[in-house]
Design a protein around this ligand. Structure first.
Ligand code: ATP
Ligand code: MG
Length: 293
């Protein structure tokens, strides 16, 4: 496969240049109140929010934070504190950008399901969507349990439990309700902070690689910055070593990280960084997290 082909396939990896200047601390956009989200609208956002309330995963929606490419992020409250609800879009609107490349190497036991997902029937889209949501939970749990710096998933770890929140993923909010952690792409960093963020980002990449994963969209657009700590987010497209494009995706992630860190004054050569990351894989791993019963 040529590099150009992969570049085309992955053209939407998030590497837009960010404006320089002060850190844009995230403030919830309009304070969309619970009342507006819980008016009856079958199958829509409101029904999903109501289900999350019914299941007791949240007690209140505080605000709509951000409408992204594939999902809308809401700030909510739950029994264990502030929650980030990542609500995936309606089937038709969601792009399922290049999902085939990330799914390659995954084993789908049901041939009919595989055909349905290949053709874009409504049923196929539904399966793809819940597949991506469940994948995001499963990846979050794996990375969280392994001690990596990712938001704590708030439903699960049993797939039976988290499948009930589809098409939403619930995780701990990084930051506070009034001051939500900015993405590294929006943060204004001193040279020391930039260096620390860079080091932590390389450790994060190595941490995933040690587990046999590549993120698939790794750049400052999917890294949060809070209290001098980098937190990795946005995992539906994470792929495993079984994927024949694994090495290309890894190289692509390194390139995106290098490019997106330039505005923080970090100049690095992607080939050198790749070797550095591979060396880190053999170094000490983070301490695994023990789940409380
Ligand atoms: N746990 C979290 N705590 C705080 N903010 C978060 C958290 N998870 C996600 N966000 C915010 O929500 C935004 C969207 O999340 P995410 O990147 O997972 O979704 P996306 O659909 O890929 O959106 P985008 O197109 O912006 O990348 C992030 O850019 C970040 O600002
Ligand atoms: Mg993202």
């Amino acid at each position: 496969m040529s590099a150009r082909w992969l570049d085309d396939e992955l053209a939407d990896a998030d590497t837009r240049p960010a404006p320089k200047g002060k850190t844009k601390t995230k403030r919830p956009l309009g304070r969309r109140k619970l009342a507006t989200l819980t008016t009856a609208d079958e199958g829509g956002t409101d029904e999903i929010i109501l289900r999350l309330l019914d299941l007791g995963h949240i007690t209140e929606v505080v605000a709509e934070l951000k409408s992204g490419k594939e999902a809308t992020a809401y700030v909510a409250r739950g029994p264990r504190g502030s929650v980030l609800v990542k609500l995936y879009r309606e089937l038709e609107a969601r792009s399922f950008k290049n999902d085939a490349i990330y799914r390659e190497g995954q084993v789908v036991l049901d041939a009919r399901a595989n055909r349905a997902m290949g053709g874009r029937s409504r049923k196929g889209l539904g399966m793809l969507q819940s597949g991506w949501v469940n994948a995001e939970y499963a990846h979050l749990w794996t990375l969280w349990k392994a001690g990596l710096s990712v938001p704590e998933p708030l439903v699960g770890p049993a797939p039976f439990d988290y499948a009930a929140t589809t098409p939403a993923v619930l995780m701990r909010l990084i930051g506070t309700e009034d001051e939500i952690a900015p993405r590294l792409s929006d943060a204004s960093l001193s040279p020391d902070e930039a260096w620390s963020a860079w080091e932590q980002s390389l450790d994060g990449l190595a941490g995933m690689l040690r587990l046999g994963y590549v993120h698939g969209d790794y750049s400052t657009y999917n890294l949060l910055w809070w209290e001098n700590t980098v937190t990795i987010i946005d995992f539906p497209q994470l792929t495993t070593k079984q994927n024949p494009h694994f090495q290309d995706l890894l190289r692509r992630d390194v390139q995106s990280l290098v490019t997106s860190f330039r505005r923080h004054g970090i100049q690095a050569d992607p080939d050198t960084v790749l070797r550095d990351v591979q060396r880190r894989v053999t170094g000490p791993a983070p301490a695994p997290r023990v789940l409380l019963p």
